[in-house]
Design a protein around this ligand. Sequence first.
Ligand code: UT7
Length: 388
Amino acid sequence: MKYAHIIGWGSFLPDRVLTNDDIAQIVDTSDEWIYARTGIRQRRIAGEAETTATLAFEASARALAVADVHPSQVDLIIVATSTPEYIFPSTASRVQDYLGAVRAGAFDLAAACSGFVYALNMAAQAIATGSVRTAIVVGAETMSRVLDWTDRSTCILFGDGAGAVVLKGSSVPGGILASTMRSDGSGGNLLRLPAVYHNPVPTLGPEYLGNGQDRNTIAMNGRQIFRFASHVVHASIQDVIKKADLDLQDVDLIIPHQANIRIIDHVAKKLKLPKEKFYVNVERTGNTSAASIPIALCDAVEAGRLRPDNNIVFVGFGGGLTWASAAVKWDVTPPEVSLLDREWKRTRYIMARGRSRLRRWGRRMGATLGGSPTPDARLRDADKKPEE
Ligand code: UT7
């Protein structure tokens, strides 16, 4: 039996800050209303050149630098996202390419705001079976691109960013101790984001249409989602703790999906735990969907909230409906790496992007010289577009 330990972590937030006051210039709202109802003061918004893949890459490079793992040692990359630029290539494949993780398999996972916990579980299971030794699990989103900026009930909530962890198999017990994953598709219409080629025929039922949603933007029934979260989150935490053979009192820190401070306070009350047991950074980031838990994890490490041998719980919930928890023993002390060394490693990973460009160029040259209608030649035009 192999245990999947977290040995590296990293996050990346775009530079641009959008405050509640800024949003009040766009829709009829106020800092007071947003802060009182959600606990959010500001969120980050991706710049023009930033995509879900570039944010995911930056977070992954940081996580690899902490873990002191070279990209070529990575076997699997999973990116949990609801805002991929493409259905394929997957965001994970792009991260694999940017990193130069030449031996890794890569795929995206869609479970909305629960996606990171689902992905962590999938990677941990792959490690437990021995099929994978080292994996990167990422949550990354550019929610700003799928918001209806005229809808004040949703556009105030979300932000952009990415967080990643490196998981490594070990025979030492610990790491990801247990996990639970649940879904209730009957509530799918309560929070939804149509796919690019959304069929206007209501194949899933008329409730999936309407609400003025004629573009691919998020629509949400906030009150119902609030109610759903209030019902399932505390139970999910209790389930996973039981599975891990722990008591609530053994848990040192709970890192919940950062959707709304009122949901987190409600869960704390239900579990009769002090609020301090929950890590909260929603004030600074807004709701970054699948990215929120790994970003909060990195902030918690930075804030000195985690010590070796701590028991922590991640809990996510959101569209699907989906919800999921993981109990984790925070037990692997990362290798001593100086700041300079870490920055140098990160730079080296970034340089791998240069190698990737060279490979694209080589593929194009080969196709041009060979002049044959090979798949490489067909890829030529697609290769030109995104980041060249
Ligand atoms: O990550 C996925 C999970 N998502 C969530 O967890 C979201 C869960 N839901 C929520 O966080 C809350 O439902 C919201 C923050 C979205 C909304 O808070 P609420 O307390 O449920 O407000 P509400 O929807 O019941 O609306 C109350 C009032 C309404 O006015 P009337 O009808 O009472 O006159 C809204 O029109 O607040 C109004 N309102 C706003 N006013 C100022 C709604 N949005 C805004 C706004 N600024 N941005």
